[in-house]
Design a protein around this ligand. Sequence first.
Ligand code: ZN
Length: 320
Amino acid sequence: MAKLIEHTFGVPVEVEPGILRVTLPLPSGPRHVHCYLLRGDDGWTLVDTGLGLMEPSWEEILAQVDGPVVRIFITHMHPDHVGGAEAAVRATGAPVLQGRLDYEQCERVWGSSDWPERIADWFLVHGVPPAVAEELIESGHVFADFVRFAWNPTPVDPGDEVDGWRVVATPGHADGHLCLHRDGVLIAGDTLLAPITPAIGLYPESRPDPLGDYVGSLHAVADLAPRVSYGGHGATIEDPAPRAHAIVAHHGDRLDRTAAALGAEPRNGYDVSHDLFGNALPPIQRRFAVAEALSHLERLVVLGRAHRGEDDRAVTYTAA
Ligand SMILES: [Zn+2]
């Protein structure tokens, strides 16, 4: 189904005529991220920019490419995709195109000084112990300093065309996530991955049902029926529609496990994250586990399979 690939960091590799993949290292998680160069009449469109740390510079990478980068397109505002944007602009002088909603959230999260406190408060409401929340604040401030996104990009919206590529909204992994589609080729960002699946988390000040959004996006991708999908991590996907359906089924199983964790006694997202992901996670990983548990709990509420109870200090869930 999905071909595994070897990664040589910072060396553009032609994956098909007119499309180059540039793989950059990450310090954690999947350990690498893919950016893409799409050939156009006037030059290249660079899709995503890496974390902006560790990698060879964009000057070094682009010296291996014939012709200029004339625009930079961002699929979504997560650090491994947008963190190198400022450096990529410096190397190319090209304008950055970013989704309107995605950039709003990018600026709110990486451009504001109090986001780590706000997200920590929100995690407290969902049952995260104060010591863990405190660690999230510290690491959040350290991290925000490294994410050098490009301020005031050119906004793009779903349905727009970028050098002949159609901009497709695929909310879920990020509310404002965008893909590019042309001639059976999907540049998928983190919407469709193999062999891993993207994290689907609920976060404050964002859309209320990210898992519902994501399942809708997977069906939309399957309906597009692309020939091939190039994602932000992992392998090229030669059969995107079945992979989309498999990820829908994966979340169906996880929804069932989430429902099984609920009963008459109210439980919070932090508690349920232990049922889903075990007890042995460091604070940063726990943050993703809680966000993922919450996206599934909120989906169950929408489906009528769970109830949410809420007061000023706590959000809890019971079986419906
Ligand atoms: Zn990513």
